[in-house]
Design a protein around this ligand. Structure first.
Ligand SMILES: NC(=O)c1ccc[n+]([C@@H]2O[C@H](COP(=O)([O-])OP(=O)(O)OC[C@H]3O[C@@H](n4cnc5c(N)ncnc54)[C@H](O)[C@@H]3O)[C@@H](O)[C@H]2O)c1
Length: 215
């Protein structure tokens, strides 16, 4: 409950900075740095010190004047705040180029997410595996998602199939969707959709280069 209350007091931007803090703190821990202050984090990550101080105050009450935070304590507070100690199972739909890369990535569990199964419409893909994860035919999705009580769905299918996959996931009890297809999905309000669109990020890069150096 405490996490939910705290969550309401932190902005999305602050939330997205926390994994960067964690990464920095883990490097501090590796260097046997037992205390870490907000100013050290700010300097290390080239961020505004006031902002870092405010972010940390929202997730931990362990800060002390001069010494800062105990590095391990702050790691633990941020991980608890982000729910990393409470791993959530996920399923992935679309085991193509991107899907297989995501299935092979070992870092998700450290971030509180475990991909337990993948699904694909292609009969030649279903029945194989990637990164140690089994890939099932789509017909098994509803039953397996329900039995495994999975709450996160990852969409890695082509854009034109993404909405039908989204509908299927919602119908199977999924509460949050990580969408890699470059389309906006239509889902009930209580379903959280996090879009990951590389083309959108690249548009920002390309525009910047164009403005600086011309076409
Ligand atoms: N490849 C990348 O680097 C990359 C990067 C960013 C975003 N994306 C986006 O991710 C998505 C997947 O890209 P990709 O390159 O992996 O494509 P891909 O064609 O290699 O793989 C797509 C997979 O989805 C499966 N599929 C298609 N329709 C389906 C359905 N209705 N139900 C279940 N499975 C279905 C296909 O059989 C295939 O295995 C696309 O929307 C793409 O725009 C890809």
């Amino acid at each position: 409950m405490e996490n939910i209350n705290k969550f309401q007091t932190i902005s999305k931007q602050a939330l997205q900075r926390l994994p960067y803090y964690l990464n920095f703190l883990k490097s501090q821990k590796a260097k046997k740095q037992s205390n870490t202050s907000a100013s050290m984090i700010a300097e290390g990550l080239r961020l505004n010190q006031v902002q870092v101080r405010k972010d940390l105050a929202a997730v931990s009450s362990g800060g002390r004047p001069k010494t800062g935070y105990g590095t391990e304590d702050l790691i633990s507070d941020i991980e608890q705040f982000l729910g990393y100690n409470n791993t959530h199972d996920a399923i992935l739909i679309g085991a193509g180029n991107l899907g297989r890369s995501l299935l092979s990535y070992k870092g998700f569990e450290e971030c509180g997410m475990k991909i337990v199964a993948a699904f694909d419409i292609d009969k030649h893909v279903a029945g194989t595996e990637a990164g140690g994860h089994p890939i099932f035919p789509m017909e098994k999705l509803e039953d397996l998602a329900g039995r495994l009580k999975v709450k996160i769905g990852i969409i890695a299918v082509p854009a034109e199939s993404a909405q039908e996959v989204c509908d299927l996931l919602v119908g199977s009890g999924i509460l949050a969707i990580w969408n890699f297809a470059p389309v906006y999905l239509d889902a009930p309000e209580d379903i959280l959709i996090q879009n990951e669109n590389m083309a959108a990020s690249l548009a920002v890069l390309s525009k910047h280069v164009e403005e600086k150096f011309g076409r």
